[in-house]
Design a protein around this ligand. Sequence first.
Ligand SMILES: [Zn+2]
Length: 313
Amino acid sequence: MLVEKLGDDYPASGQEIRLKCPQCALRGKTPDTTGHMYVNSHAEKFNCFRCGWKGPLSYLFKVLGVEAVVTLNDWSTVARNMSLFRSSKAQLAVKIMDNTQEIGYPCGIVHPAYSPDAWAYLTSPKADGGRGLSTEQISYYGISVAVEEPYVGRVFIPTFHDSKVVYWVARTFIGQEPKYLNPKGLSKVDFVFGLQQAKSFDTVIVTEGVFSAIAAGPNAVATFGKAVSVSQRQQIADAGFKRIVVALDGDARKESLQLCQWFSSRGHETYLVDLPKDADPDSDSTFQDRVRSCSRFSLESALKYSLTQGNVK
Ligand SMILES: [Zn+2]
């Protein structure tokens, strides 16, 4: 019956089923993508022949945070939890492109202090519809204002490499659609906002949006969305941070777990910030407290994180 239920994904024989081992990556191996963990429902034992993680079935269930009673419901819970650790082939395809080329701006720009409307948008408190930025933050990130069409009414928020502008987003402050414009011919998933600035810190905070990164602190970066590409992961991993804190938006729980798993399995000290489902680092007023109290990523913390939110898909 178990074989029947899980057989499609995991070729099995007799009383054994094969699952992708969630511990390989935590025990110095590359993530298990083909299923090396054998679970014997008769002997009530499990054993990964790759990393050596083994024990009684009750321990596996305990680690996975499910009841230590073998029923079909439990098995489907295990299978769902395991799916968190399946690696996506699409994400393994590393695209080679030049993301270090200076592109500059597509129109004339001035400092935001010369545009009262832009200044009000950037510096007004968030409660008043502004971004709540300080003069120092505006300088730190090199934010400017467009003075030529079709960019009038937008602020440029640049991404630097070797102090050259290699990417930017142009955010409207007068309600235009779309809210953001990007350079034509470039893909956002090849760039990491704030990385140049964050590099002087030991700890990096990984967020989705540029305003989330700015709110999270001078050591935060943004990936322009929850689908963090291999190129972006690699850039962050290669920057030499001692600690990587993952703080994607609260609705990106699955992506957050996968990202933590990616960094952690490559030997990075990785932390996971638990945000409410509808929150992001910019909107959450207790974000800094959450960062201070966030837990080190592990299989156990990952499953607790997913199970306590009832969001396991
Ligand atoms: Zn293993």
